[in-house]
Design a protein around this ligand. Structure first.
Ligand code: GLY
Length: 441
């Protein structure tokens, strides 16, 4: 089978690796040359992923059987609809179904309308003085989110990024005036305190097949401090749960995601593709923080290397609407992913810096390597403003997997940094203690 892969990050490198394991032939589209994807591709179009007409023309000329869309931006401009008009089916939602990620308002309104579990208090504003009036009588801490896409960096939390009510209003004003995320509207939500987790699922419009749970680390610096990022690394546990997550809670996450795709089907916008649920375990129960219309990055690198079922078969199940007859099986192994990012990432990245990667030594160390937003020129790799590459350790426990990832980091040199604490005992224990404290144990 010939597959069109759209996107040039580490998530897409993981998707392409998994598709190649399923004996497919890859035709990739990416803006910069990601050496990992380029090496695994039969042919590559270097183009912006949002140029949907150009991408579709190229895919048609290559005779691809289906497309796998990695990032959210092309979904938001309707790449799946455009490809389908040309007879190319996709793993990824239509433009209208991708609103689950593209519009924070759509997601919250859908959950409210269908009275879905996991809801939080929220209000949408397009006017800062109305928000100010609302906040005067709202005696709880809040989170402010732009409506549209911000690469995971738009959410600001009172008490963390926003010091007080004045800071909250300043940020509302900034979104409103600068149209951050493409809109002057913003969502104000009640702040939730707890531990966050990601659950990803294959969806065919009606059924879903869930994957192991993962915990990402959004903050740039060790100890969970600093600016929000796209994610600095992540881990998963050998039993598919997390050190602070019970089987019952995991099943509740699956039920909530099923209720979301049921609601979307009822609305006439069936959801096909990968659904990403970001949850938080709180004293008020399990809450949905976000839904994304694609694999998580880094979370894709945790789960895809563990997939033992045939990935291309699952993709066919998504496209044909018959996932109910398929299985998604994963190895009973833990994984730890650590990202290597340019100096300054999260504030102002050093762009165009050379990164030296000893691929052979990384392979010898037993880790998997995923190239991200680097640019390869004349056999050298250079940083862009985004994350550069990720290493993943896989083993019987989180701590063993962490050691593999950590050893691999020493084989990358350059003006870069990483979070060494991800997957280490100290941080995991902090998570467990935090949940025990919240549960009153
Ligand atoms: N890891 C966060 C995301 O993919 O949105």
């Amino acid at each position: 089978m010939k597959v069109l892969s759209v996107g040039g990050g580490a998530r897409e490198h993981a998707i392409v690796k998994a598709l190649v394991k399923s004996n497919t032939e890859i035709y990739s589209v990416m803006k910069n040359r990601n050496p990992g994807i380029a090496k695994l591709s039969k042919d590559t179009l270097y183009e912006k992923e949002t140029e949907v007409e150009k991408v579709t023309e190229w895919a048609k000329s290559k005779g691809v059987d289906f497309a796998f869309i990695g990032p959210e931006a092309p979904l938001g401009v309707g790449i799946v609809d455009e490809l389908e008009k040309s007879g190319i089916p996709s793993v990824g939602p239509s433009k209208s179904a991708s609103q689950i990620e593209i519009s924070k308002q759509y997601m919250r309104d859908l959950m409210a309308k269908h009275n879905l579990p996991g809801m939080v208090d929220y209000r949408v504003f397009d006017n800062v003085s109305e928000a100010e009036t609302f906040l005067k009588d709202y005696n709880k801490e809040v989170v402010v989110k732009p409506i549209g896409l911000t690469g995971g960096k738009g959410v600001k939390i009172m008490g963390e990024h926003l010091l007080n009510m004045e800071g909250v209003l300043d940020y509302c004003r900034e979104i409103n005036e600068n149209k951050i995320g493409g809109s002057s509207s913003f969502v104000i939500e009640e702040k939730m305190v707890g531990e966050e987790l990601t659950l990803q699922a294959f969806c065919d419009g009606s059924h879903l097949l869930p994957m192991p749970a993962v915990q990402d680390h959004k903050r740039a610096y060790e100890g969970d401090i600093g600016p929000n990022t796209g994610g600095m690394g992540s881990y998963s546990q050998e039993d598919g749960l997390l050190p602070f997550l019970t089987k019952e809670e995991y099943d509740n996450c699956v039920d909530i995601m099923q209720s979301i795709i049921d609601a979307m089907k009822e609305e006439g916008t069936p959801y096909k593709g990968i659904l990403y649920g970001q949850f938080i375990l709180t004293t008020k129960g399990l809450k949905v923080l976000e839904c994304n219309a694609r694999f998580g990055d880094p979370e894709a690198m945790n789960v895809l290397p563990l997939l033992t079922s045939d990935f291309a078969e699952i993709c066919s199940g998504i496209i044909d609407g018959n996932l109910a007859s398929k299985k998604a099986m994963f190895a009973n192994k833990a994984s730890v992913c650590k990202y290597i990012v340019p100096k300054g990432y999260g504030v102002e990245s050093l762009v165009g810096e050379k990164v030296v990667v000893d691929e052979a030594e990384i392979e010898n160390s037993g880790a998997e390597l995923f190239f991200a937003s680097v640019n390869q020129r004349d056999d050298q790799i250079y940083t862009t403003s985004s994350r550069s590459l990720a290493v993943v350790g896989i083993d019987d426990s989180i701590f063993d997997a962490e050691k593999i990832a950590e050893n691999a980091l020493s084989h990358v040199k350059g003006n870069v940094f990483m979070r060494h604490d991800i997957g280490k005992k100290e941080l995991i224990e902090k998570r467990i203690e935090h949940m025990k404290e919240l549960r009153g144990e």
